[in-house]
Design a protein around this ligand. Sequence first.
Ligand code: PMV
Length: 357
Amino acid sequence: MVKEFIAQSPEILPDTFESTWSSPSNIALVKYWGKKEGQIPANPSISFTLDHCATTTRVKFTRKETPGISFDLLFEGEPKPSFKPKIQQFIDRILPYMEFLEGYHLEIDTSNSFPHSSGIASSASGMSALALCLMSLEAALSGAEEDANFYKKASFLARLGSGSACRSLEGPLVSWGQHEHISGSSDLYGTPYRGQLHKTFLDYRDTILLVDKGQKQVSSTVGHGLMHGHPYAEARFEQAHRNLAELLEVLQNGDSRAFIRIVESEALTLHAMMMSSNPYFILMKPNTLEIINKVWDFREKTGSALCFTLDAGANVHLLYPGSEADEVMKFIEDELVDYCEQGQYICDRIGEGAKRR
Ligand code: PMV
């Protein structure tokens, strides 16, 4: 238990309360892969907060006579029993920090701005939006402001639902995990990047090429678990520390070649860890590799700052400065859409974080 985050239970609780938050997804530049007991990351990570890809969640709290917390879940207006175990696990983990929830029934109504079966994980945006709704009730009970401490605890709670969710509350970049060069960094919650940011990163784009919209064969939870006893684990965790240190400099000096080198290496290393796990697995598809090779050709020919990164899946995130948007969109339309399932991709950009609705 982390004492700092245990809420006082007030004597008088409102009969009803309602809160709605919209929270974006994020894309890691230095990846989190591998965790310790209690959702503690094995290495620090940092991500761009996205803008368009988001989950909007409304929670209606109603006091009930019988003890214990209960909830109903609607996803895009329909009951979604398959999401309930993950939410139940989240509630079980956060309850010691919000005991006042014990007397409530929660109606959770959630929807995504991106298509459900797009292969885009909604756990980061979903868990952070839900954590913020719960925090709004806590703040209303205690009279607290929506200040830095509010976001810190919301991030702490979101992490208990899904690790990377703790990086989805603020923008434009958030790190998570203790790192010697980031003051205030913690394994328990995300820390918004407060260093100087080179102007090139103020308008960065992320176009997500939907290579495979299906459910992935190996979940992130299983993947993280396979880093225990992984032959390259320690070297990987040290590398992430070094890459993050180097990236912090790049964020200030705007060195696009160094940015590309770190970000692409991180993406391929993430997948290399999967391929060298026991049991091993591959989440990339042939079209993932086709796109990567096309991106390298394009860069070679044009000197563009376009680069790719990957999540735990086959889809490819293309990152590039807004100043190159026209050329890159033409390249995508001319040469990459054929590798996307049904020619689909999502245009997103670096964003400012969650918003109360
Ligand atoms: O937050 P999880 O447990 O779904 O893990 C996400 C891990 C990656 O997306 C692959 C990397 C990251 O840092 O976001």
